[in-house]
Design a protein around this ligand. Structure first.
Ligand SMILES: Cc1cc2nc3c(=O)[nH]c(=O)nc-3n(C[C@H](O)[C@H](O)[C@H](O)COP(=O)(O)OP(=O)(O)OC[C@H]3O[C@@H](n4cnc5c(N)ncnc54)[C@H](O)[C@@H]3O)c2cc1C
Length: 323
């Protein structure tokens, strides 16, 4: 076997499961279709404060994710980011998981922490071919935009969050939205206006303008009922939201209802050696929260440890007893 455990999904639940698998002495890989760890937190609200994670009166999403990555780091998880889990087959003594591109991982057990599914950013048509060359869908490191002219496209919470977060580091931040009304909460729209961020409404990015060296120079914006304009841009944050889809996981022979996988009290699914935890796992009374996912990850991994080695204890002992 390549790994004792392969975790599908590097959201908060999968990251905590990686820590826990290391704590239980299991070798593990963590697969995620996003290029960054953190799941929904990284993709949708990295700058928001979270108030209901045990032990933190308030923690910024980005900091929580970093803390989870740091917590798992001593156990050296293999992160396979930007890779999608596509096919799951049972083989003698374990499972084979095929990733997009055809790589096959052999594992004793698989823990699915796929949340609400694989995220696909809603495309910005004018930005076709510019992803990674000036256009991003989310901002893993604010410092990368220090001193840049940034155009944020979108009218939801994420778009406004990015404006708030980027304003202190960027040379300028301009928001372009195709309507005059925003989906974002009024309070955050007010904060962004008060900062003096320019909001260009009833407007669409029509074209990315290339500099002589091939980098992004500007975007052409068409304004309904107003004058079209060109905005200087070193970076465009296309924050048009994400669609989420369980995709291939739906065909893995699991019990799935309303995009959630049925599990028992050990977090085992209907299929041997396959477990699920976090938002994707369902049982009566389930509450989808980060805190819930942490508990389920611990339950799943401890039960996996016993499934892989029947001599192992279900209760791992207290981490506070480990030197
Ligand atoms: C705006 C917003 C605010 C929120 N605020 C709070 C809050 O204050 N407190 C709180 O407790 N919860 C909050 N939540 C909910 C919380 O974010 C989720 O409960 C949590 O992220 C679930 O974690 P997870 O690891 O189970 O799944 P996710 O975070 O959804 O991560 C799942 C990961 O699996 C990956 N994946 C899926 N399918 C595949 C595949 N086939 N191959 C590879 N990778 C795959 C996805 O790319 C994703 O990264 C909020 C959610 C949103 C959207």
């Amino acid at each position: 076997m390549d790994y004792d455990l392969v975790v599908i999904g590097a959201g908060p639940t999968g990251l905590f499961a990686a820590y826990y698998a290391g704590f239980r002495g299991l070798s593990m890989a963590v697969v995620d279709s996003l290029p960054e760890p953190g799941g929904q937190v990284t993709a949708m609200y990295p700058e928001k404060m979270i108030y209901d994670v045990g032990g933190f009166a308030a923690v910024r999403g980005r900091d929580l994710v970093q803390g989870l990555v740091d917590q798992a780091a001593p156990w050296k998880p293999d992160y396979l980011l930007g890779r999608k889990a596509e096919k799951l087959e049972s083989v003698e003594g374990g499972l084979e998981l095929t990733l997009d591109g055809g790589d096959v991982l052999r594992a004793g057990a698989v823990l699915i922490t796929a949340g609400i599914g694989e995220f696909t950013p809603r495309p910005l048509p004018a930005g076709d071919g510019w992803l990674g060359r000036g256009m991003v869908h989310f901002v893993p490191a604010l410092a990368a935009h220090a001193g840049q002219h940034v155009v944020v496209v979108g009218g939801g919470d994420s778009a406004f969050d990015w404006c708030l977060a980027l304003h202190p580091v960027a040379a300028s931040v301009t928001l372009v939205h195709r309507r005059a009304r925003f989906r974002a909460a009024e309070s955050i729209v007010r904060q962004v206006r008060e900062l003096g961020v320019r909001l260009v409404t009833d407007a669409e990015v029509a074209r990315f303008v290339e500099a002589p060296d091939g980098s992004l120079a500007a975007v052409d914006v068409t304004v309904t009922g107003g004058a079209d304009e060109q905005l200087r841009a070193d970076a465009v944050v296309a924050a048009l939201g994400f669609t989420a889809d369980l995709g291939p996981i739906e065909s893995w022979g699991l019990e799935i209802d309303h995009r959630a996988i049925s599990v028992d009290s050990t977090m085992a699914t209907a299929r041997p050696r396959v477990y699920a935890a976090g938002d994707v796992a369902a049982y009566p009374g389930k509450v989808k929260l980060i805190a819930t996912g942490f508990g389920e990850a611990a339950t799943a991994v401890n039960n996996i440890a016993v499934a892989l080695n029947p001599e192992a204890h279900l209760f791992p002992g207290h981490s506070s007893n480990v030197e």
